[in-house]
Design a protein around this ligand. Sequence first.
Ligand SMILES: Nc1ncnc2c1ncn2[C@@H]1O[C@H](COP(=O)(O)OP(=O)(O)OP(=O)(O)O)[C@@H](O)[C@H]1O
Ligand SMILES: [Mg+2]
Length: 318
Amino acid sequence: MSVPSIEAVNLSKRYGSFSALSNLNLKIEGSKCVGFLGPNGAGKTTTLKLFTDMIRATEGKALINGVSVHENKKKALAPVGSLIESPEIYPALTPREALSMVAEIRGMPRSERKRKIEKVVAEVKMEEWLDKKVGKFSKGMKQRINISAALLSEPEILLLDEPSTGLDPRGMSEVREIVKSLKQKNRLIFMSSHLLNEVSDICDEVAMIDHGKLLVYDKLSNVVSRFSGADGGAIIIDVGLSREIDDQTVSGTISSFPGVVSAEKLEGKNLRLHFSGGIENQEKLLSDLVMMKIGLISFHPSSSALEDTYLNLIKATL
Ligand SMILES: Nc1ncnc2c1ncn2[C@@H]1O[C@H](COP(=O)(O)OP(=O)(O)OP(=O)(O)O)[C@@H](O)[C@H]1O
Ligand SMILES: [Mg+2]
């Protein structure tokens, strides 16, 4: 059996003089789940749209299993299921009816439709809702039906653009569990996300992009160990204040607290501290900040090594 792969070769997309994606070279091969991380406007959706021929590349190629998406769309996209910009399902339809329409549009033989629809709806754990009207569904349930539509052709490659974005915490966790369960032998999943905890929970590898440029692509564990110690093992602590703080207090008093490597003002009334001082100093730092009466309202040490890595990398490209 062949190994599924997607590959971008010098893939670029410009809108006028604006570069939405710049010379992306990325080859993902094998049965795995790869998280595609990047802030708003980084170029994630652009990349996924290029891989599904929804938009044309300005330069370069997108290849699926070695076949050019642009030159041979039908063949290239045959093994692909995608969910990009979740469509609204007509509320008066049931999942069975909506998926029948999708199957028909895709030219699936009538004799196969019933069995395949029931199978994909079971894969997203919506069997009980197969014949109920979509209008009554939560956003998370609708998104699971959208995912089931991407599964109809039994794809070995799944391209998902932020599948859990816009859902409430329960919906997010439901969709996350579904994506996890879709990881299987001989399936490659490439999934964009803003959510670091989601990617570290589901994915085996991470590609990070910002300003249309690939920053890193590697195994999750390698990315974390390669970059998280970039500034002496410092973690990032985001501090929220209820009022403005003057520069001198930040660069003087706060920067000199034990363990604080650097302190900077962010937009609004937020501070970002690079901190490398262990849990006791962290406790002391929090109480020192409270004592300063600067209107402290939040104190967020970054939750994971991946988050540190991400923030460090993104900062480096600003
Ligand atoms: N049709 C278009 N015309 C002009 N600029 C565009 C167009 N589509 C996208 N862009 C720009 O290209 C950049 C990359 O957009 P893209 O949608 O790929 O980002 P993204 O990483 O998916 O962001 P988000 O996390 O917000 O979904 C953005 O700056 C966006 O404004
Ligand atoms: Mg996007």
